[in-house]
Design a protein around this ligand. Structure first.
Ligand code: NDP
Length: 301
């Protein structure tokens, strides 16, 4: 049995959702405003539909209005653009989320750019990426925001810490780097061309893995006592060969958990670590978008 503390993202996320619900209640009492989240999905990918359903349910649990738009897989660009344009001007909608990936015939960049940046609760619009880069208030991508909240809850001040992020995607790695820089860490962003990745990881007081490769980060890549945030969600065959032969799978992170727990100071499990924080931060973003729309300073979540 290892020594690392488990960072319970599920419990932490439940607390965030509760705080968002209380803040939304106060907003409703103060000015009759109910935050509204619109989720758009194109096609019938079962995993995406499940995500969308969960997002709608969580929004309702937080006392939000929830609007789900399910469009057929052959929806054309103009139809989707029109829907986004309607949601942009709908006063009951404060957050718009388009579930990705979109079918290949649709232009994802164009769709994301069409969302009003102040309703872009995923934080993927270039305006919000720019705001984050220059330190202006804006909507921050939910997964890295959730990671930052877990790190601050675990460590308090992050000032001066050596942070290494493995992965440089626009939705996780890059915004994570901006957030950690904003929290006064010394930040290194590693990727598939990084030389001596194990050596780079070993420097980290804070190691964030956002790669999408099952258990790639081994225990001996981790500095003793480091805080490890595993963003990866990878479906692999079940560890029991009989169940695997029957097609059963399990979910693992980007970090070899059993090895890492022997070395790290604290670590997020997969599942139950970062994943639940993503939806919680989506609700927090929708709440703050509703406040800003009404010219009210959002309560701290
Ligand atoms: P992307 O595929 O967009 O990016 C992966 C990054 O990892 C790239 O920057 C890539 O480098 C880098 N990489 C790939 N292979 C290696 C390697 N061998 N060595 C070093 N770096 C490597 O993935 P995402 O950022 O979208 O997602 C990452 C993981 O996080 C996935 O498992 C995803 O499922 C999960 N995820 C989880 C969420 C949650 O809610 N918990 C939300 C979003 C994602 P390069 O740029 O050079 O190609």
């Amino acid at each position: 049995m290892g020594s690392a503390r488990l960072i319970d993202g599920k419990a932490f996320a439940a607390g965030v959702v509760e705080r968002v619900r209380d803040a939304a209640d106060r907003l409703r009492e103060a000015c009759g405003l109910t935050p509204g989240l619109a989720v758009v999905i194109v096609g019938d990918d079962p995993a995406s539909r499940l995500y969308v359903r969960n997002k709608g349910l969580r929004a309702q649990e937080a006392g939000f209005a929830s609007f789900t738009h399910v469009l057929p897989a052959d929806t054309d660009q103009a139809t989707l653009d029109n829907l986004i344009a309607e949601l942009n001007i709908d006063p009951a909608v404060h957050g718009i989320l388009v579930q990705l990936p979109l079918p290949a015939h649709l232009d994802t960049t164009a769709v994301l750019s069409a969302i009003d940046p102040d309703k872009d609760v995923d934080g993927f619009h270039v305006v919000n990426a720019g705001r984050l880069a220059v330190g202006l208030p804006g909507l921050v991508p939910c997964t890295p925001l959730g990671c930052l909240m877990l790190l601050q809850a675990e460590l308090g001040s992050l000032s001066g810490a050596e942070a290494v992020i493995v992965g440089r995607s626009n939705i996780v790695g890059k915004p994570m780097a901006q957030l950690l820089l904003g929290a006064d860490c010394t930040v290194t962003v590693a990727h598939s061309r990084t030389r001596d990745l194990p050596g780079v990881c070993r420097r980290a007081d804070i190691l964030v893995a956002a790669v999408g490769r099952p258990e790639m980060i081994r225990g001996d890549w981790i500095k003793s006592g480091a805080t490890v945030i595993d963003v990866g969600i990878n479906r692999v065959p079940h560890s029991d060969p009989v169940l695997a032969a029957a097609g059963k799978t399990r979910v693992v992170g980007d970090v070899a958990f059993a090895e890492a727990i022997e070395v790290a100071g604290a670590i997020t499990p997969v599942p139950g670590g970062v994943g639940p924080m993503t939806i919680a931060c989506l609700l927090a973003n929708t709440y703050s978008a509703a406040c800003r729309r009404a010219g009210i300073v959002p309560d701290r979540i």
